[in-house]
Design a protein around this ligand. Structure first.
Ligand code: GAR
Length: 220
């Protein structure tokens, strides 16, 4: 695909930015037909800013603490995104709730990754919550963003087992490994125009369905 036809995306992040890095890497390797036009962070200390700068990507820091109202912060983000002319907004560890101002500006064009198998464990600290609950599997979910907390239509999920000796850190890193695979894959499906969305039902044209079933602990 020529650079002209690449999907133009913005990545919004608040933290370390390993998901951002996986998207940068795949864009650079040519396995993802997208270009990151800008990275927006709400946190001036976000590692994601350094990763973007290192890759020569334009960065904008819009500190939510500079705004007394959520909608004013969101409007500043929306204006920046509209000026950049991006086609898809990729939330990658962006720890702010999106208001209606933001959603209305980009209908069906904002996606998020969440480190649990939604609809189980929405919200924060979900790896620890899955362990505490005694769940045997967790994973990650890529979904459209709607006006709820982690309630938007699901695009793709990956499953990982929870081990008896898992800590929040070990489970998070097992889940992150899968996040780094499925998020670039979903963006590529957008780039290929293969995502068909009908309310909560999201399908990917010509994608193979998983034939695997999983049991944990393993059946003997
Ligand atoms: C990821 O695990 C992502 O799923 C999660 O934050 C982490 C960001 O890591 N997002 C959420 O919890 C959103 N509610 P990263 O900065 O290394 O990409």
């Amino acid at each position: 695909m020529s650079s002209k036809n690449k999907l133009r995306i913005a990545v919004l992040a608040s933290g370390g930015g390993t998901n951002l890095q996986s998207i940068i890497d795949q864009c650079q390797q040519g396995t993802l037909d997208a270009e990151i036009d800008l990275v927006i962070c709400n946190n001036p200390d976000a590692g994601a800013l350094d990763r973007a700068k290192k890759a020569g990507i334009r960065t904008v820091c819009i500190n939510h603490r500079d705004f007394s109202q959520r909608k004013d912060f969101d409007q500043a983000v929306v204006t920046t995104l509209q000026e950049a002319g991006v086609e898809l907004i990729v939330l990658a560890g962006f720890m702010r709730i999106i208001s209606s101002v933001f959603l209305a500006a980009f209908p069906q064009r904002i996606i998020n990754i969440h480190p649990a198998l939604l609809p189980s464990f929405p919200g924060l600290h979900v790896q620890q919550k899955a362990i505490d609950y005694g769940a045997k599997f967790s994973g990650c979910t890529v979904h459209f963003v709607d006006d709820g907390v982690d309630t938007g239509a699901i695009i793709a999920q990956a499953v990982v087992p929870i081990h008896n000796d898992d800590t929040e850190e070990t489970l998070s890193s097992r889940i992150l490994e899968q996040e780094h695979k499925i998020y670039p894959q979903v963006i590529q499906w957008f780039a290929e125009n293969r995502i068909v969305s009908d309310g909560r039902q999201v399908t990917i044209k010509s994608a193979q369905q998983s034939g695997n079933t999983l049991t944990n602990p393993l059946a003997e």
